[in-house]
Design a protein around this ligand. Structure first.
Ligand code: FE
Ligand code: FE
Length: 395
């Protein structure tokens, strides 16, 4: 009786996190074979706009699977019509391997939502449920996993927890890093070459000198959904302030829509971007990952979108400010702070100041931030202090 692992998913694209998790499962679960099953149409969520075809995803999984011992790829879901339900796939595998043991591999998100799958009882009857999770899974996740295991076992499921030390990585992050031309370390070399050769995920697009509408679409697609209104609000307010305070409204709108373009990335990816664009960080910046998105955002604005120096500088200083800021830098700094979706105690005071004077509002914004940091026992960053001192002296 062979032990057959089944690893389904969208693999959009297949990345080193998948590969490493699969490799460790083969070894630790003593699998005789591991079958990757790319889906045709995922039942849980639609694929991101502009995703490759199912055939192309399947082709990439074939390339990635070369790096996993005892692995193969099945296009069985591609040959079925309609949504790709796991229960149907398992029926097919069970018919094909009637005397073997099937183990269904899944990540933590899928494991925690297992009851919402189509016919979970039937799935659990046909296969052992393997939850792949990272060794350093945090406290809350651990509790959730334990509770879910107990729930499923009570229903008769056979659950296996498979710890690994794979990269913490999502396909969404990898797609973002592809857009920032910084995905080498996340993808098997053959997969990256395939993506580039076929111009997948926009890799063949020239994104320099886009119209505002095109830039807006590109930028918003790289944001976490919940931060989209903030980017739109910042862009709109920056353009409005440009008219009032004598800057270029078109450039301010561009800086506004792009200013948080790398904000969705976690610290390791921020640092990877700094390396990619040869940005030397001060110890203060390195220790404070929240500051990095302004630095990497500016690099992306310049290198990927070909924005002019004024836009790049405004993005660079939008979080901290600095001494002797240009009008445009001040505008983006304060538009980020006071845009219409912001709602915090004091925002109305800030907006009132903004109606009177740009410098007054920036100074107020800086002192609010500094006060906040002091209350939390954090240090005020050097550039913010310099910005504050500069405006104080000037005033
Ligand atoms: Fe920001
Ligand atoms: Fe922002």
């Amino acid at each position: 009786m062979a032990r057959i692992g089944i690893f389904g998913g969208s693999f959009n694209p297949p990345h080193n996190g998948h590969i490493e998790a699969a490799r460790q499962c083969v070894e630790k679960l003593a699998l005789d074979r591991l079958i990757f099953v790319p889906d045709a149409a995922p039942p849980h969520k639609a694929l991101a706009a502009g995703s490759p075809t199912a055939q192309q995803r399947c082709e990439m999984v074939r390339l990635a699977a070369q790096d996993v011992p005892r692995a193969e790829v099945s296009d069985l879901e591609l040959r079925r019509s309609g949504k790709s339900y796991t229960v149907d796939t398992l029926h097919q595998f069970q018919a094909q391997y009637p005397t073997d043991e099937l183990l269904l591999l899944m990540g933590t998100d899928m494991f925690l939502s297992f009851e919402n799958w189509r016919e979970p009882d039937e799935i659990a009857r046909m296969a052992q449920i393997v939850c792949m999770h990272r060794r350093e899974a945090g406290g809350t996740l651990r509790v959730q996993l334990t509770e879910q295991t107990q729930r499923l076992e009570a229903l008769g499921a056979r659950v296996v927890m498979a710890e690994n030390d794979a990269l913490e990585l999502s396909s969404t992050t990898v797609r973002r890093m592809l857009a920032f031309d910084c995905a080498e370390r996340y993808l098997p070399a053959d997969v990256l070459a395939y993506i580039r050769t076929n111009g997948l995920y926009g890799t063949a697009e020239n994104r320099r000198g886009l119209s505002f509408d095109a830039l807006r679409a590109q930028s918003l697609a790289l944001h976490d959904e919940k931060r989209v209104p903030h980017a739109i609000g910042t862009s709109g307010l920056a353009a409005e302030l440009a008219l009032r305070y004598g800057a270029d409204p078109a450039l301010c709108a561009r800086a506004g829509i792009l200013h948080d373009v790398t904000k969705a990335l976690h610290a390791p990816e921020q640092l990877a971007l700094c390396e990619r664009y040869q940005i030397a960080l001060t110890p203060e910046e390195r220790a404070n990952p929240k500051l990095l998105h302004a630095i990497t955002g500016a690099a992306v604005a310049r290198e990927i979108f070909g924005e002019c120096a004024d836009v790049v500088r405004a993005i660079r200083w939008h979080t901290t400010g600095r001494a002797d800021m240009s009008v445009m830098e001040k505008i983006l700094y304060i538009a980020d702070y006071a845009e219409p979706t912001r709602d915090f105690p004091g925002v109305e005071r800030l907006r009132a100041a903004l109606a009177r004077s740009l410098d007054e509002a920036v100074l107020m914004g800086l002192s609010m931030t500094m006060e906040q940091l002091r209350l939390k026992g954090q240090t005020v960053c050097h550039d913010s202090q310099a910005a504050y001192d500069f405006l104080q002296t000037k005033g």
